[in-house]
Design a protein around this ligand. Structure first.
Ligand code: COA
Length: 261
């Protein structure tokens, strides 16, 4: 499935960029977009040449303005539960657990499922026009794509409670101040800036980075001892070709050229 209807993918210099492309609907996540996103993330993650994945929205107005509300019209309890479960499996938990780093380039509104997608990514950069929030309670719903879990992880419980209860939006600078995004740029600079971070990442060991993602994520998984995961992953690193190359290059005072194995 590479002929997508609602997303675009490009590849350059080790970076795959996935662009959600429904600008007239502010890139809202309908069923098909969720399916296509799953496929595109899976393809990029298994592509040996892709060292970093970036995700952004098309147009200059929105990253993603949420789940597609027009699909909710005939929903009941069963359909609602299925939507959240399937979505979390296919995209949100899936993205968080990818072994390839994923950067969200938030280029405008990131609301509801849009902010939830950005929060499932490994880190976030926003342009100065971005607005973020989880406004579901204004629709009589709650966030269903992991928002009640990831927002408090990222900004703290009290701030998450307030943002969710008030259904309000915060701007890019407040998001920076809250630690929800790592950097704020102008709109024009957003993608080049994300690419410059991604390029730095591509120079490092992809095997070690995957192990680091897994160990960091373990900190947030119930019933998992993150320290134990880290010890095992640290030990395993010594058995990789990347370790041999990294240490040899250091001792030979040259830049490492990691085989990614
Ligand atoms: N689902 C479906 N369609 C959406 C959407 C969503 N989450 N967000 C925006 N759209 C559509 C609008 O219906 C409109 O379509 P139309 O031109 O066919 O009527 C189009 O995108 C443009 O949006 P519009 O509301 O006209 O833009 P705006 O600049 O006036 O307002 C927002 C922008 C983001 C404030 C507003 O679109 C909004 O509140 N969206 C919903 C956000 C939300 O509650 N998300 C959580 C969903 S669970």
């Amino acid at each position: 499935m590479n002929n997508y209807e609602n997303i675009l993918t490009t590849f350059q210099n080790g970076i795959t960029t996935i662009t959600i492309n429904r600008p007239t609907k502010l890139n809202a996540l309908n069923k098909l977009t969720i399916k296509e996103l799953h496929n595109a993330f899976e393809v990029a993650n298994t592509d040996k040449n892709t060292k970093v994945i970036m995700v952004t929205g098309s147009g200059d107005k929105a990253f993603v303005a949420g789940a597609d509300i027009s699909e909710f019209a005939d929903f009941d309890v069963k359909k609602g539960s299925k939507l959240a479960k399937k979505g979390q499996e296919l995209v949100f938990n899936f993205v968080e657990d990818l072994s390839t780093p994923v950067i969200a380039a938030i280029n405008g509104f990131a609301l509801g499922g849009g902010l939830e997608l950005a929060m499932a990514c490994h880190f976030r950069v926003a342009s100065d026009n971005a607005k973020m929030g989880l406004p579901e309670v204004s629709l009589g719903l709650i966030p269903g794509y992991g928002g009640t879990q990831r927002l408090p992880q990222l900004i703290g419980k009290g701030r998450a409670m307030e943002l969710i209860m008030t259904a309000s939006m915060i701007d890019a600078n407040k998001a920076l101040n809250y630690g929800l995004v790592n950097h704020v740029t102008t709109q024009d600079e957003l993608l080049p800036f994300c690419e410059s971070i991604a390029t730095k990442i591509t120079h490092n060991s992809s095997v070690a980075i995957s192990a680091a993602i897994k160990s960091i994520n373990a900190n947030f998984k119930d019933g998992v001892d993150g320290f134990d995961i880290e010890i095992k992953a640290f030990g395993k690193s010594f058995g990789t070709e990347d370790f041999i190359e990294g240490t040899t290059a250091f001792l030979q005072k040259r830049k490492a050229n990691f085989p990614g194995k």
